[in-house]
Ligand binder design. Structure first.
Ligand SMILES: Cc1cc2nc3c(=O)[nH]c(=O)nc-3n(C[C@H](O)[C@H](O)[C@H](O)COP(=O)(O)O)c2cc1C
Ligand SMILES: [Mn+2]
Length: 539
């Protein structure tokens, strides 16, 4: 008996937990759907209050009604939704990921799966109302995108040498009823390795595009895992259970038996076409590029499928939450365990507007200086395009709070001593896009190593006086009084009490203690006994 949730079970679970909003009003998929969910991220709604959306009455701009609902932000609208998808608590997500990576579980082939309840081939893929016409694919950035794009689309392909499958989440540009472009960003994505191997052999690359799947499948599809590790086995590791898969009808691949919709087809390797522009997670329109495309040979879906769309583009978004929650624990594990820098406590990837990759904060507990620099360098090279600005801070600095990080940099860092610039980096998935000033085609090319990383050691290097806030006990008592008085609710912001940073001694502690007991004249008398005659040179 399967324990992991499929998509409809997941949506039901979200609804029970108050994490799902059903929209019954008719919503136009091209112009209204994504802009509505966008307000959740640009409208000042705090992260814990963000929800998944299920649009039950979707129409297109020409008035066509769809029976298929559209789910947005349903996998990672906020971290609680992500944890619900993993069927664990939020504080367990890191361990679930570590376990999945160390113990992936290969999928199990079954004869039949709900994903093949309905099968379309031949003329059904090209007739009016057939192929992609059947599905309510929204436009993500109306006014700029040049088509509806699939966004929660897990592309499954196979290495022709090893036969091992790969599954990566890449957007799909809908170009015709049976034709979709793929965007293997940069040259590093695993599907592109398969594509090149097939190109060398002069054969097309078979692919299966999965839309809507058990959440563990989607979380694995967006995670960067080593090449050659099948993400469906990683999904099994997340579920702690082998995933059921079925054979595709027209290509030699397997897909999750519990998926919602699958598009099978062949990606040509003899030609490419312009693809894009599309609004991207780096926060800008990604320009048109020459990219591969797939010709669809078969569509299969559940009897009552749901279309799933990720909301990405300017961060924070579902796309940045899904990455942050999954990447940070593996980043931490790399520094702390693989590289054995034991003083690393936490890795925080800055999310709002910057999109995780650019600013990385490493929180450390009383580190040796050599470990600070090892951690800073390692974080800058862990993943291409990640770590343009890397900052090491102490344990009392909240790495998620940029005010706190700026505070550390302001007082615990000297630019001429504590900053290093490392050259030879690539910019990764980000503007500028040279040659694209007219927003026309940009050819795929390897990123030149002309970017750099700024490493900042903002760790305390000598004892500092205490933080000038009342001690914890006084702030706690005052909070009780605050609440007794019925004043507006408080959410404590660190630092909310003072603590020693080393430059404090027993005598000063004693004086402060006398003061809170009303005995400060004792100190006054003591200081009187320490009088010093003024000298002319003292001003
Ligand atoms: C919402 C979302 C959309 C994404 N779109 C793309 C994309 O269009 N192209 C791409 O190369 N990577 C995209 N990614 C990132 C990949 O999913 C990620 O790098 C993954 O590790 C790729 O799999 P691979 O390592 O097997 O190539 C996207 C990620 C998310 C969360
Ligand atoms: Mn992969």
């Amino acid at each position: 008996m399967r324990r992991y949730h499929n998509l409809s079970e997941h949506l039901k679970y979200l609804e029970e937990k108050g994490l799902l909003i059903r929209v019954k009003k008719e919503i136009v998929k091209e112009t209204e759907l994504h802009p509505l969910v966008r307000w959740q991220y640009r409208g000042g709604i705090p992260e814990p209050e963000r929800k998944a959306f299920l649009f039950e009455n979707v129409t297109d701009v020409k008035g066509k009604k769809y029976s298929i609902p559209v789910a947005v932000a349903a996998l990672a609208g906020n971290p609680d939704i992500y944890a619900a998808g993993l069927q664990c608590r939020l504080d367990e997500v890191g361990d679930v990921w570590k376990r999945a990576m160390s113990a992936p579980i290969a999928p199990t082939l079954v004869e039949q799966g709900a994903v093949q309840d309905v099968v379309y081939m031949g003329g059904d893929l090209t007739r009016e109302g057939g192929g992609f016409d059947m599905f309510p694919v929204p436009i993500s950035t109306p006014g700029f995108d040049n088509a509806p794009y699939t966004t929660c689309t897990h592309w499954i392909t196979k290495d022709p040498d090893t036969g091992v499958q790969n599954m990566g989440n890449y957007r799909g540009h809908i170009k015709g009823r049976n034709k979709i472009g793929v965007f293997p960003c940069g040259l590093g994505q695993d599907i592109f390795v398969h594509w090149q191997k097939c190109k060398e052999r002069g054969i097309p690359l078979e692919a299966a595009l999965v839309v809507g799947a058990p959440p563990v499948v989607s979380y694995a599809a967006v995670q960067k895992v080593p090449y050659g590790l099948d993400e469906l086995a990683v999904a099994g590791g997340l579920a702690v259970e082998s995933l059921e898969v079925v054979k595709c009808k027209t290509v030699d691949l397997v897909v999750p038996a519990e998926a919602e919709i699958v598009f099978e087809g062949k990606i040509r390797t003899d030609v490419m076409e312009p693809e894009g522009p599309f609004g991207e997670s780096h926060g800008y329109m990604h320009p048109r590029q020459l990219n591969p495309f797939m010709e669809i040979t078969c569509i299969t879906h559940r009897a009552k499928p749901t279309w799933v769309s990720f909301i990405s583009q300017v961060t924070p978004s579902e796309s940045s939450v899904i990455k942050k929650v999954g990447y940070e624990p593996l980043f931490l594990d790399h520094l702390k365990n693989a590289l054995s820098i034991k003083s690393v406590v936490r890795v925080a990837m800055h999310e709002p507007l910057t999109n995780l990759r650019k600013v990385v904060v490493i929180q450390m507990k009383k580190p040796k200086e050599v470990d600070v620099w090892r951690a800073l360098h390692a974080a800058a090279i862990y993943n291409q395009g990640v770590g343009k600005i890397v900052i090491a801070v102490d344990e009392d600095i909240d790495p998620e709070n940029m005010d706190s990080v700026m505070w550390a940099m302001s007082y615990r860092m000297k630019p001429h001593q504590d900053v290093d610039i490392v050259r030879g980096m690539v910019k990764g998935h980000a503007p500028p896009f040279s040659g694209a000033s007219d927003s026309k085609d940009v050819a795929i090319h390897a990123d030149p190593a002309n970017e750099s990383s700024l490493l900042i050691n903002a760790i305390l290097k000598e004892p500092f006086p205490p933080v000038s806030l009342p001690k914890q006990e006084y702030m706690e008592r005052a909070k009780e009084i605050w609440e007794e008085l019925g004043l507006p609710p408080i959410t404590p912001q660190a630092p909310w009490y003072g603590y020693s940073l080393g430059q404090w001694d027993a005598e000063l502690e004693h004086e402060a203690d006398l003061a809170v007991r009303g005995e400060h004249y004792t100190t006054g008398d003591k200081l009187a006994g320490m009088q010093v005659k003024t000298r002319p040179e003292i001003t």
